[in-house]
Design a protein around this ligand. Structure first.
Ligand SMILES: C[S@@+](CC[C@H](N)C(=O)[O-])C[C@H]1O[C@@H](n2cnc3c(N)ncnc32)[C@H](O)[C@@H]1O
Length: 235
C-alpha cells in the first residue's frame, strides 16, 4: 500500500454502474432506508450548504433537485469519489458544485471563495468527513466556515460497525479498508460516545448541541445504531 492510495476507490462503485438517479429521499441512518430526513437541516431555500465527505454526492443531488439552496457544495477528498460524483451529477451545476478537496482546507478557505464568501449557512456529513477526520481539526474549521448561528448536522456510528463499543475519549481506531488494487489497508475512524462529541463540539464553538439515537432497522450483521448530531455555531 502507498501512503497516497485512494482507500475510497471501491465505495459506491457497483451502485454507480446501475443507479444514476437522483434519490427521491434523504436519509441520515446507517441503513439509508428510513428515519428523519433533510428537514433536520432547516429550510434550505436560498442557503449556502456544504456536504463534507459527500462521496458520490447522492444526498447533495437530492437537495439540489428537491430543495432550493443558493448553492450546495459536495466536498470529497477522494479523487475516485469526485470523479464518480461528477459523472453522475455534474449536470446539476451550478446549483450543485462538486469539489475535490479535503474538508479541512476547503472549510478554511470558504470565506474567501467565490461560492461561499460570506460563509456557509448549513454544513452536514452523512458518515462522511466528520467520521474520518480528527475532530480537533474539522470541527473548529466547520465553526469558522459557518455564519454565526449556522448549523452543522452529521450522522455517525453510535458503535463500531462490528458491534464494538464507541470510544470514551477523543481517539480514533483503525478500521479495515482496501486499496484500489484490492490490497488490505486501514483508515482512521472516530467512533465516539455521545458526550465526547458534545464536548468536542462545545470546545469548537458550537451551541444548542443535541444528539438523537436512530435505532438499527434490522438485526443483520451490518445493522448499526446511528447518532444524529445537530449543533449551531455560536452567534
Ligand atoms: C462512508 S463514505 C460516505 C459518503 C457519503 N456521505 C454517503 O453517505 O454515501 C465517507 C466519505 O468521506 C470522505 N472523506 C473522509 N475524510 C474526508 C475529508 N477529510 N475531507 C473530505 N472528504 C473526506 C471519503 O473520501 C468518502 O467518500
Amino acid at each position: 500500500m502507498t501512503a497516497t492510495a485512494d482507500l475510497w476507490h471501491h465505495y459506491g462503485r457497483t451502485r454507480a454502474e446501475r443507479d444514476r438517479a437522483v434519490p427521491d429521499a434523504f436519509h441520515w441512518a446507517w441503513s439509508q432506508d428510513g428515519g428523519p430526513g433533510c428537514e433536520v437541516l432547516g429550510d434550505l431555500t436560498g442557503r449556502v450548504v456544504g456536504d463534507l465527505g459527500a462521496g458520490a454526492a447522492r444526498h447533495a443531488a437530492h437537495l439540489a433537485v428537491h430543495h432550493e439552496p443558493a448553492v450546495i457544495v459536495a466536498v470529497d477528498a477522494s479523487p475516485a469519489q469526485y470523479e464518480m460524483a461528477t459523472d453522475l451529477f455534474g449536470h446539476l451545476a451550478p446549483r450543485l458544485r462538486i469539489a475535490s478537496s479535503d474538508a479541512v482546507p476547503h472549510l478554511q478557505a470558504a470565506k474567501g471563495a467565490k461560492a461561499t464568501k460570506s460563509g456557509y449557512d448549513v454544513l452536514y456529513s452523512v458518515f462522511g468527513a466528520v467520521d474520518f477526520t480528527d475532530p480537533r481539526e474539522l470541527l473548529p474549521a466547520a465553526a469558522a466556515a459557518l455564519k454565526p448561528g449556522g448549523r452543522l448536522v452529521f450522522s455517525t456510528l453510535a458503535h463500531y460497525a462490528n458491534g464494538a463499543a464507541p470510544q470514551p475519549d477523543l481517539v480514533a481506531a483503525d478500521v479495515p479498508a482496501k486499496t484500489p488494487e484490492g490490497e488490505t489497508a486501514s483508515l482512521r475512524r472516530w467512533v465516539l460516545q455521545e458526550q465526547v462529541w458534545v464536548k468536542a463540539l462545545d470546545e469548537a464553538g458550537f451551541t444548542n448541541i443535541a444528539v438523537d439515537r436512530l435505532p438499527a432497522r434490522s438485526n443483520g450483521p451490518r445493522a448499526a445504531v446511528t447518532l444524529l448530531v445537530t449543533a449551531d455555531r455560536q452567534r
